[in-house]
Design a protein around this ligand. Structure first.
Ligand code: ADP
Ligand code: ZN
Length: 747
């Protein structure tokens, strides 16, 4: 800054750009802007980074002498990132303590370097019919009658012939090949394509949501409606309101809920499917959605949580469907909660945020009760349909015989259901055949070599699999310890349940569905749609089938083990079990058949089970909320977890203890007060608990210790964490510290 005597520094009108690059750093790097380049904040640019070139985003521009800096290489021809999106990225990074570059990376996932569209080849009629007309050739000509061009595969399918029939017709000049235009990513949605006739409560709710969109300002609304009440129908009206203004809408869903069924339903309402955004969408398509949104050409996206980082030009509303879903929390890379960040993005974009659920999170419930969110309710099912009748089966009184899992009462109900030609769903949240395999001769248990976890038998694949790290080994015939062949499966998984079903109902068509289902998302989607069409009688499934789907013929739901998730050490165990049971039993009787559900449990008197049986959600929510209030847990207090891991236990533990000491060595500060170790925290004090060995102590060969930071709602939790990490000892050797603000997973 001192006297610029060096001749090179004399030009006063030099500009410097601070450029954020999508790598794990927080700082924007400064670059000189060549005089020939006109730049604005948000522009995407190519910059030298170390020894390579990188794509980055201009975060800010300023005047200054930049001759000692490297120069920006080029401005790229992509849509710039809006000021709103940049603010959002900064906000998420501040909240999660993730490096800003990593958050930017989520906003830049897709488009760049996507190769151009391949040319699609079409076939159409060009000349006179061939001299020799076979039935196959006639079918081809008939299919092309309309004059429209077909892709070859599609034409072969339509005419039920082989590709060679078509090739010959091309050679003979009857047909010709032409280049087709790329498939559109999304055709315009029409808000008035098929307007529904809404019932009283639905109409009121829809009007409230439409008004919140019309206000063109930030708002958050909890749309709470029992399963089958028509929440989707109602929030579509918020989307319609956005479309009528010519603005954009985002519908977030837990990934698997993004079924063809949902997309078709959207198309029935708006005339076309929305643009889709999730991990199975091809990079090329993503590139087009990305730029289509930035240019405002695409109006509606339905997507998984990562869709929250898309470059909307003019976002009017964000719908978070099934807002209570744990799948909205991302745990690897940037730990963020998409539901909470949707509210943040809505605030920045001045958009109407709608959180929809039959079983809202305690957090959203409390926000609604305290008036921070509007509360719109649908208390009854659409069309006067009844809620399913739910009964408990007390396993203490009516235990299935050894090695069996279906109690007689449930079996009788299933037989009745099948006789009526209706469907039954058996729900068990355990993948594989059996959660534990042991040797009856010596007691040996099969454990993962990398994790503190039993290996789960997958009989279908004849393997033992770790559900934490993916380790897989062949299931041996003999015990590796004692050599005897006395290996026994302990406990049920859905594959084992399927065996029992096949014995009990040999004639029933049975489908077993979990995330292990071979064939990926596409095949799974098709199976789910086939179930809706009545292609099977008994569905056996994990939580994958429990949520969000509409199975019209399903009238019976049996929960095999309601206690599985009650006993985990998670502070949200009660809430999660309540939501899961409510969702899965709510699959029954959504259409014409009256629904029944049976819940097999060892604890019929547990408050959560009782709430499910009585249908008294209100009471459950008020008790659970009161407990959270007393314990200072979210939303009444805030949590952050620090997970320290290392290749050996002692190193991880030492580092975790050092982190704890750092916290207590921080100088006194006006923004937070730290409770003394071992004493009960005062109302305004932050407390640090642990370090404790993680419940799953070793994952992927890394030993893990956890510290839990609990802060009053209005304390500067992030400021405290930042100060703590700034003075913490360096992460040396194999040590890693992961920060998880608002943790959902305590394992
Ligand atoms: P939810 O999401 O609350 O579980 P849905 O929106 O899936 O409920 O609605 C349940 C079923 O009722 C769906 O098949 C839906 O098409 C139907 N439905 C709801 N409201 C209406 C309406 N107003 N007109 C026609 N069908 C409706
Ligand atoms: Zn493992």
């Amino acid at each position: 800054m001192t006297g610029a005597t060096n001749g090179k520094h004399e030009q006063a009108d030099e500009r410097i750009a601070d450029v954020l690059v999508p790598v794990a750093i927080d700082q924007a790097y400064s670059y000189r802007v060549p005089k020939t380049l006109s730049l604005a904040a948000g522009d995407l640019v190519e910059v030298p980074l170390g020894t390579r070139m990188a794509l980055g985003a201009v975060w800010s521009l300023r005047d200054g002498q930049g001759s000692n800096l490297k120069a920006i290489a080029a401005r790229c021809d992509y849509a710039p990132l809006s000021g709103n999106l940049r603010s959002f990225i900064d906000w998420v990074a501040r909240w999660t303590l993730a490096p800003r570059g990593m958050v930017l990376r989520m906003a830049m996932r897709a488009p760049f370097a996507a190769t151009p569209e391949p040319i699609r080849i079409g076939i159409r009629r060009a000349g006179p019919p061939p001299a020799r007309l076979t039935p196959a050739r006639m079918r081809v000509l008939a299919a092309l009658e309309s004059g429209l061009a077909f892709q070859k595969a599609a034409l072969a399918e339509a005419a039920a012939c082989s590709a060679s029939v078509i090739d010959t017709l091309v050679d003979e000049g009857t047909l010709e090949t032409i280049a087709l235009r790329p498939e559109p990513v999304a055709v315009p949605c029409d808000p008035d394509f098929a307007t529904p006739v809404l019932e009283g409560d639905q109409a009121k709710a829809a009007a409230a949501l439409a008004a919140s969109v019309a206000a063109e300002d930030f708002s958050a609304t909890l749309l709470e409606g029992v399963t089958g009440s028509g929440k989707t129908e109602v929030y579509f009206e918020a989307v319609a309101a956005a479309l009528r203004q010519g603005r954009q809408a985002l519908i977030l869903m837990p990934e698997i809920a993004l079924t063809a069924q949902f997309l078709d339903r959207f198309a029935a309402r708006f005339g076309t499917r929305p643009a889709e955004w999730h991990s199975a969408v091809s990079p090329r398509k993503r590139a087009r959605i990305w730029s289509g949104l930035a240019q405002g050409e695409i109006k509606v996206v339905a997507g998984a949580r990562s869709a929250l980082f898309l470059p909307f030009a003019d976002l009017a509303t964000i719908i978070v469907d099934e807002e209570h879903e744990a799948a909205y929390k991302q745990d690897d890379g940037v730990s963020y909660h998409a539901r909470d960040m949707a509210v943040v993005r809505g605030r920045i974009e001045k958009a109407a945020v709608v959180l929809a659920s039959a079983t809202p999170s305690i957090e959203s419930r409390v926000n609604a009760e305290q008036g921070r969110y509007a509360h719109v309710r649908l208390p009854a099912r659409y069309g006067g349909r009844a809620m399913p009748a739910i009964a408990a089966i007390d396993l203490k009184r009516e235990a299935p015989s050894r090695g069996k899992w279906i109690a007689p009462t449930l079996a009788v109900a299933m037989s009745e259901t099948l006789e009526r030609g209706e469907q039954g769903l058996l729900f068990l949240n355990r993948r594989g055949y059996a959660p534990l395999t042991l040797c009856r001769a010596c007691g040996h248990r099969f454990q993962c070599p990398n994790c503190t976890a039993w290996l789960v038998e997958h009989r279908f694949r004849r393997a033992l699999v770790c559900h934490h790290c993916g380790h897989i080994e062949k299931r041996p015939e003999h015990c590796p310890e004692c050599g005897e062949s006395e290996l026994t499966a302990c406990g049920p998984g859905i594959e084992r349940l399927a065996e029992e079903v096949a014995l009990l109902w040999p004639k029933a068509r049975c489908l077993t569905l979990s995330s292990d289902f071979p064939g990926g998302t596409e095949r799974l989607r098709r199976e789910l749609d086939a179930i809706a069409d009545g292609a099977c009688d008994i569905i056996i499934g994990t939580q994958l089938v429990a949520k969000g789907h509409n199975f019209p013929l399903l009238s019976l739901v049996g929960v095999i083990d309601a206690d599985v998730s009650l006993s985990s050490g998670d502070p949200r165990a009660g809430e999660r079990t309540f939501q899961l049971l409510q969702q899965v039993t709510g699959r029954a009787g959504r259409f014409d058949a009256a629904g029944r559900a049976f819940v097999q449990t060892w604890q019929p008197d547990h408050p959560v089970i009782r709430a499910i049986l009585s249908g008294d959600a209100e009471r459950f929510y008020s008790e659970e909320t009161e407990q959270r209030r007393r314990a200072g847990l979210p939303p009444f207090g805030r949590l952050a977890a620090l997970i320290v891991s290392a290749k050996d236990r002692a190193t991880a533990e030492d580092h975790a203890r050092a982190l704890l000491r750092t916290a207590f060595a921080l100088p006194p500060n006006a923004k937070w007060k730290l409770a003394a170790l071992g004493s009960l925290p005062g109302e305004d004090e932050i407390s640090v608990l642990g370090p404790a060995e993680a419940p799953i102590a070793v994952v992927r060969g890394r030993h893990r210790f956890r510290l839990l930071v609990r802060a009053p709602r209005n304390a500067d939790l992030q400021g405290f964490l930042r100060a703590m990490l700034a003075t913490a000892p360096q992460e040396r050797g194999s040590v890693r510290v992961a920060v998880d603000v608002d943790p959902q997973n305590f394992m």
